[in-house]
Design a protein. Structure first.
Lengths: 266, 295
């Protein structure tokens, strides 16, 4: 198994339609928050097709608010999110934190992954053969097709995370969104998930959003970084990885090193 | 055993038990999975309070049932209101509404000129006094709710399992939650009228809990919960007649017995699984073990 995470951004997007505009999602003067509580004022953000946008920030900084607003779970308090290529051409594949997925449900892996297709099925329609094929393909993509009939709740943390990624992939997304994909994982599992994300990005050309409070995850994967701390500042990854920038953002001295293809911040 | 069911009131009671068992048994899986036990109790109390209000206002015999439906629909709308959870946990609102509905029911009942026993029967039902029109209404509700849950099974399961993911795929989670709460409320209102609050509450929790404890898969859990609820209802009815006991208590007690059986079954299955021999190790590892033992 390779231990180098390749971060090349493909110029071509295999398997996905190219966007006419260089931006698939744009926020201009958007206020984000819950109810009447303003969390992120005046957000400006452009997401380019094929990019990996890492969203970094301390706890309580507004990362989840930003993510939920981009996904349409929360409505913007002011302004609107613009989709220059058309809303229909942006299909999200959301991978929530695996801890928030309810494990009391006695669902099999196959049933969980099939849920990723429900958005395409339409109300009241049952899965067809093409949906079954998409489910198998998604499980093959994450290398867990042999677990299809196992109960989801009996899997390990790393396997659950892969299954949630497979569920997102089953919906044939144009944008893959991962919320804290490696939290509470041991080192090999974390590494495997990061490699999977990088592989999916390279192979499918998926635009990817990764939210994490773990610096090394975002610094190693992202091509662009959004620093969130009650404001959103978007910088190219090369600038965001610099010790000076990170030290200024977190307010503590930070050192960055590159080890085996990964960027580690101390 | 079947001689008991030759009596016409027992036949009606049997039909009522089957209808209540099937509808409450099915919904019990969701009630347990979605952690709606407290909501179910609160909706039942809303129905009771609405009945008490209707009986205080009018003596029309049809009014209590109509009021119960209004009560649960108002309760369902209230508990599905998105703004409810914005400031405080929803459990607080459910608890407060439950206490208020209970208080209203008790006060109005104590001030009503009609006999307390008559009111208690109207409020809490008696499965031995079920009438044919009531059975028809229950059957109609069960058919409608059953059809809704059959047609939209995937939507209900998806929005309860992962509502955020569902929202990102354009599924209207609040609409499905409202539909679920109203369906649950309708079943509760009618089932309480037929079988009483204790019976309905027992059948809305215990079968689903037992099926999930037995580690059934989700589709099987719905089936087995319905089977357990119907069997508990029918046997409970039979024993109530034989031993001259309250049917609600009997059915609830049987439900608890079913849970014990499910727990024992689950423990037995787990022990069996743990006793299974470990998979055979690879020839290289076997060789290594032999070499080590020899040395």
């Amino acid at each position: 198994m390779s231990h180098t995470i390749r971060m090349t951004v493909p110029q071509d997007l295999p398997g996905k339609e190219k966007m006419m505009d260089s931006t698939i999602l744009r926020c201009v003067h958007v206020d984000m928050g819950y109810g009447r509580q303003l969390v992120l004022p005046d957000v400006h953000l452009d997401i380019a097709p094929g990019a990996i946008l890492g969203i970094l920030g301390p706890n309580g900084a507004g990362k989840t608010t930003l993510l939920k607003t981009l996904l349409g779970i929360l409505r913007p308090l002011r302004g609107a999110i613009d989709y220059p290529g058309g809303r229909d051409r942006v299909r999200f594949g959301y991978v929530p934190q695996r801890q928030v997925v309810d494990e009391t449900y006695p669902l099999t892996v196959a049933e969980v992954v099939m849920m990723g297709r429900y958005g395409l099925l339409g109300v009241g329609h049952r899965p067809r053969r093409t949906d079954e094929e998409a489910r198998v393909l998604a499980l093959e993509e994450v290398g867990l097709v042999h677990l299809a009939n196992r109960p989801y709740r009996e899997l390990s943390g790393g396997q659950k995370q892969r299954i949630l990624i497979a569920r997102a992939l089953a919906g044939d997304p144009t944008v893959l969104v991962l919320d804290e994909p490696t939290t509470d994982m041991d080192l090999p599992s974390e590494r495997a998930i990061m490699e999977l994300i990088a592989k999916l990005h390279t192979r499918q050309g998926l635009t990817t959003l990764v939210v994490s409070h773990l610096l090394h995850v975002v610094l190693s994967l992202a091509t662009t970084i959004a620093f969130v701390n009650r404001t959103v500042t978007v910088v190219p990854a090369a600038e965001g990885r610099s010790a000076e920038y990170l030290s200024a953002f977190y307010g503590v001295p930070v050192r960055v090193a590159e080890l085996g293809g990964m960027h580690v911040a101390i | 055993m079947f001689d008991v069911f030759r009596e016409s009131f027992m036949q009606l009671g049997l039909l009522a038990s089957v209808l209540i068992g099937m509808s409450c048994g099915y919904l019990s899986v969701y009630v347990v999975l979605k952690r709606l036990v407290f909501l179910a109790v609160a909706l039942a109390q809303f129905a009771s309070a609405a009945i008490a209000i209707s009986m205080f206002i009018t003596t029309n015999p049809q009014a209590p049932l109509f009021a119960a439906f209004i009560g649960v629909i108002v309760g369902s709308l209230f508990f599905s209101w998105p703004a409810l959870a914005r400031y405080l946990p929803r459990e607080n609102a459910i608890g407060t509404a439950y206490a208020l509905a209970s208080a209203v029911g008790i006060i109005l009942m104590s001030k009503n000129a009609m006999g307390e026993q008559h009111q208690l029967t109207l409020l809490y039902g008696n499965i031995f006094t079920v009438t044919v029109p009531e059975l028809w209404i229950m059957a109609a509700i069960m058919l409608v709710v059953g059809a809704i849950f059959l047609c939209f099974a995937k939507e209900f399961l998806f929005t309860s399992f992962d509502p955020e993911m569902a929202q990102t795929l354009g599924v209207r989670t609040r609409l499905w939650e409202l539909l679920f709460n109203v369906s649950l409320g309708l079943v509760i209102a009618m089932a309480i009228r037929l079988g009483g609050m204790m019976l309905v509450f027992a059948l809305l929790v215990l079968p689903g809990y037992a099926a999930l404890l037995a580690r059934c898969r989700v589709r099987h859990a719905f089936f087995w919960a319905m089977v357990m609820a119907v069997v508990s209802g029918v046997i409970g009815l039979y024993l109530s007649y034989k031993w001259d006991l309250t049917s609600e208590v009997n059915i609830a007690a049987l439900g608890i017995c079913v849970i014990f059986c499910a727990v024992i079954g689950a423990i037995h299955t787990r022990l069996q699984r743990n006793r299974q021999p470990l998979p055979a190790c690879s020839p290289q590892l076997q060789h290594a073990v032999v070499v080590k033992e020899e040395s």
